[in-house]
Design a binder for this molecule. Structure first.
Ligand code: NAD
Ligand code: TYD
Length: 334
């Protein structure tokens, strides 16, 4: 199989590419990534010379670049590329609307033109909004809260319309919060671990009781792999870890693992529109395909901590701004 992966230099995309190339010796992958602040070639350093891996630095908003990669006739697209951080979307939604909505549209048009056999659209549980009771099912209405979540919801609907109207073979995954290696240190668990290693406090929003369902990234990669091969066209599949914790509990576990006390917690102003709880019902993907998360939360969390302890040369340049400066300059020249 020939795959086009968008956003493959980011957190989940890079874990997915590594997973697929190692699992399927006959597969070829082209990664189309703009290398924004969140895209990092170091995420794929260990496999970048594989003959079955190709990289194009390009923007999914640029039709000409998308056309070039599509002319290599991939069998399927797995579309990760997005602006992905809620706080940034609150600061400025511009790039979220452009990349997540317009960029997805450019890819859908190209997929239609080249009669793609599979379009896996990577979405999020955040499109459902917050729930105080019970989990969301795939058929529930979308009620996103942040500009990030709204832009993802818009892209889901656009993708679905290309299935309905043009028979484009779209499948959508909506996963809960991922964690694991190569996650940019602006996201909660990565920020918290790296702050503790740096002997800094963890900023905890509001009362610290917002709940997220944590999913180990490699379990998500297996779910995406499953949906790519077996998912029914026009269907949505929720993917969740079944690890619901209030943020304060996560912080307590991290303090415990890293031998720090509660003085390392800093309660800070809440995020505007902060969703209280995310939860997804994963019966559909479990019953149709037998997928389930393999890693226990605590074990995976320990692995993640160890990864950040052993890979300081990966995250320290990001946090110090060196990385941003380097790629920031290239970005400004576009
Ligand atoms: P990330 O921010 O780590 O990576 C995004 C990647 O997309 C980067 O490599 C970036 O350079 C690239 N990109 C951004 N704009 C682009 C553009 N215009 N053209 C080409 N490439 C571009 O994100 P992530 O956490 O790996 O998330 C990947 C996908 O999964 C996103 O669609 C996100 O909405 C979704 N998702 C993430 C989570 C999570 O917990 N991280 C949970 C559910 C869904
Ligand atoms: P985040 O990793 O930004 O993911 P999302 O908002 O997409 O779920 O945040 C996860 C949770 O942690 C969320 O409830 C906000 C909270 N949070 C903090 O308390 N402090 C922080 O510094 C960050 C980044 C997040």
């Amino acid at each position: 199989m020939n795959l086009l992966v968008t956003g493959g230099s980011g957190f989940i995309g890079s874990n997915f590419i590594r997973h697929m190339l190692n699992k399927y010796p006959g597969y070829r992958i082209i990664n189309l990534d703009k290398l924004t602040y969140a895209g990092n070639p170091a995420n794929l350093r260990d496999i970048e010379n594989y003959p079955r891996y190709g990289f194009v630095r390009g923007d999914i908003l640029e039709e000409a670049v998308v056309d070039v990669v599509m002319s290599r006739r991939p069998d399927a697209i797995v579309h990760f590329a997005a602006q992905s951080h809620v706080d940034r979307s609150i600061h400025s939604a511009h790039d979220f609307v452009r990349t997540n909505i317009v960029g997805t549209h450019v890819l859908l048009e190209a997929a239609k033109k080249y009669k793609i056999e599979r379009f896996v659209h990577i979405s999020t549980d955040e499109v459902y909004g917050s729930t105080d009771e019970g989990p969301f099912r795939e058929t529930d209405i979308l009620k996103p809260s942040s500009p990030y979540a709204s832009s993802k919801a818009a892209s889901d609907l656009l993708a679905f319309s290309f299935f309905k109207t043009f028979n484009l073979p779209v499948v959508i995954t909506r996963s809960s919060n991922n964690f694991g290696p190569y996650q940019y240190p602006e996201k909660f668990i990565s920020l918290a671990i790296t702050n503790l290693i740096e002997d800094k406090k963890i900023p905890l929003y509001g009362d610290g009781r917002n709940v997220r369902d944590w999913l180990y990234v490699l379990d998500n990669c297996e779910a995406i792999d499953t949906v790519l091969h077996k998912g029914r066209e026009g269907e949505v599949y929720n993917v969740g870890g079944g690890n619901e914790y209030p943020n304060i509990d996560i912080v307590t576990m991290l303090l415990d693992e890293l031998g720090k006390d509660e003085s390392y917690i800093e309660y800070v102003e809440d995020r505007p529109g902060h969703d209280r709880r995310y939860a997804v019902d994963t019966t559909k993907i479990r019953e149709e395909f037998g997928w389930q998360p393999k890693r226990s939360f605590r074990e995976a969390l320990r692995d993640k901590i160890a990864w950040y302890q052993n890979n300081e040369d990966w995250w320290r340049p990001i946090k110090s701004g060196e990385f941003l400066d380097y790629y920031g300059k290239q970005y400004q020249n576009i």
